[in-house]
Design a protein around this ligand. Structure first.
Ligand code: NDP
Length: 493
């Protein structure tokens, strides 16, 4: 970097603090001149400083770190970063809320998103997780509706409890996710102490064509830490950036957050007969059926040098996979694999993979993806821009072998149908199981009722509230009765 100030084109520029003016005598007033390109540049660039805010996951903190393979996983995946104990890969992590805007308070009750890019020696591996293990819908076509209902009323521009609950009553498959959102983990006290889950079922593949279904779990060393609702609200007023600051300062002080990384592993055959549809993102795989198997450890140890360059320009996608990891037939996963890169193309431009924070740390050779706005690579020079060139043939690694998207072992046959929100009693079972887990933690059911009643009492429509009590009665009758009492007391107050 030069030691003196220059224009954006690199010319030394003597004084950016004053515009060039025509003055007809001493004094402050004067006519600015169109020839003052530095003034024009300064104002015009300021107008263009903002890129589109993410529609979801706008408010975030992020850091760099490393993933270390702690257990050899070569029996279940050929992914090179998981095949040698002690092997380390650089990581970028971005943790966000989902619904609120970029300037919103960190401690707003919300699901927390977890965008993680592992820069492996076979290209980038992204995992786009949440701090809850399940999701609110199981059909991707509902994703925009879900998010709008959690955001602002189109008329009042206010958060709207009636709208929120109206969505969930009409789309009741979200009951399990709601049980997660309204317990203590909905208001983390530190980003260093949240767990993260893929939620999705992925495949770990091997070069022999075999595969396992897996779900990813990241558990914070030191356990989860959460605020109660009152403290979260107080902190939101006193320091809306509390969690961002906590993460940044901890890393500056060398107090590096760590997570142990696990997978649950399922044989493909089991998926055909397992009690739960393994592609239904509203369900977990109970630990007793599929215990956690450790694969690695994550340590975040370096703060961004520049928030915009490193974190705001970061783009994550579940479609970014290395050989050895592959998508499953989970419909939400399939849709996200389209939607995330599409969001990045809109927000950052078609060459977003070339931005420093997104760029793979291994050589990239993708000569059939070239040109486009803001292409700042060598654009593959004179190399052929068409396939099967004989003048300069392209070479391929692992030609004919299993890749992340091509596996030979799933043979699907069936009817074309929609994956509806029809609910059966089995759809409430895991929500009930979580209610019972909360029952084993001192005061947690009471706080859950308080959190839920606090939100639901904001619904002005008595019929909506009444239907929500019935909805939660399918989880637990006592929960429903306590919710009714607590909510109506707040409404009456
Ligand atoms: P177990 O009975 O084996 O263990 C209970 C699990 O509950 C713990 O492992 C812990 O997950 C999780 N838990 C504890 N407190 C909370 C909380 N406040 N909010 C959310 N999760 C919490 O669990 P099962 O596997 O039989 O599942 C029982 C219920 O636990 C599920 O219905 C689900 O709601 C929840 N759960 C299950 C997970 C799974 O993948 N099986 C993952 C997370 C939650 P952790 O160790 O990850 O913190």
């Amino acid at each position: 970097m030069p030691s003196f100030y220059t224009s954006a084109e690199g010319s030394p520029y003597p004084d950016p603090t004053t515009s060039v003016q025509f003055r007809n005598g001493p004094g402050v007033g004067g006519l600015v001149l169109l020839q003052d390109s530095q003034l024009i540049e300064t104002l015009a660039h300021f107008n263009r400083e903002r890129i589109p805010e993410r529609v979801v996951h706008a408010k975030a903190a992020g850091a760099y770190g490393e993933f270390e393979c702690t257990h050899d996983c070569s029996d279940i995946t050929s992914a090179s970063f998981l095949n040698t104990v002690g092997k380390k890969s650089d990581v970028l992590l971005r943790i966000s809320t989902v619904g609120p805007e970029r300037g919103s308070a960190d401690t707003t009750r919300d699901v927390h998103g977890w965008g993680m890019k592992i820069y492996t020696d076979e290209g980038n591996q992204d995992f786009v997780c949440n701090n809850i293990p399940v999701f609110f819908v199981r059909d991707p076509i509902k994703f925009p509706s879900l998010n709008r209902s959690h955001k602002r009323n189109p008329q009042t521009n206010l958060a709207d409890s009636d709208m929120f609950w109206d969505f969930h009553l009409g789309n009741p498959e979200g009951i399990h996710a709601l049980m997660h959102l309204f317990n203590d983990r909905g208001t983390p006290a530190s980003l260093r102490h949240i767990n993260a889950y893929s939620g999705h079922t992925y495949k770990f593949t091997k070069e022999d064509g075999s595969f396992k279904y897996v779900k990813l779990h990241l558990k914070a060393q030191g356990g989860t830490k959460n605020f109660d609702a009152q403290t979260a609200t107080k902190v939101a007023g006193e320091n809306p950036d509390f969690l961002t600051q906590d993460l940044f300062e901890a890393i500056e002080q060398g107090n590096y957050p760590k997570w142990d990384v696990f997978v649950q592993v399922m044989e493909p055959k089991d998926a055909e007969t397992y009690k739960w549809n393994v592609f239904d993102m509203t369900k977990v795989w109970p630990h007793k059926d599929y215990p956690l198997r450790q694969i690695g450890r994550l340590t975040m140890n370096r703060n961004p040098q520049n928030y915009f360059t490193d974190i705001e320009q970061a783009a994550f996608s579940p479609s970014t996979m290395v050989p050895g990891i592959a998508p499953s037939a989970d419909p939400i996963l399939q849709a996200r694999m389209f939607a995330y890169p599409d969001a990045a193309r809109y927000r950052l431009g078609v060459n977003y993979q070339q931005l420093p924070t997104n760029r793979a740390k291994v050589p990239v050779y993708a000569p059939y993806q070239r040109d486009g706005y803001m292409n700042f690579s060598d654009n593959y020079g004179a190399d052929p821009n068409y396939v099967n060139a004989s003048l300069k043939p392209t070479t391929f690694k692992n030609a004919g072998k299993v890749t992340s998207t091509i596996t030979e072992h799933e043979k699907w046959a069936g009817e074309v149908s929609s994956f509806t929100s029809q609910m059966g009693p089995e759809d409430y079972e895991q929500a009930t199981a979580l209610w019972n887990v909360l029952g084993q933690q001192e005061g947690h059911q009471d706080r859950f009722i308080g959190n839920l009643a606090g939100h639901l009492s904001g619904a002005k429509n008595a019929s909506i509230r009444s239907r929500v009590y019935e909805y939660f009665s399918y989880v637990d009758k006592d929960l429903s009765a306590r919710l009714r009492d607590a909510t109506e007391a707040k409404v009456a107050a």
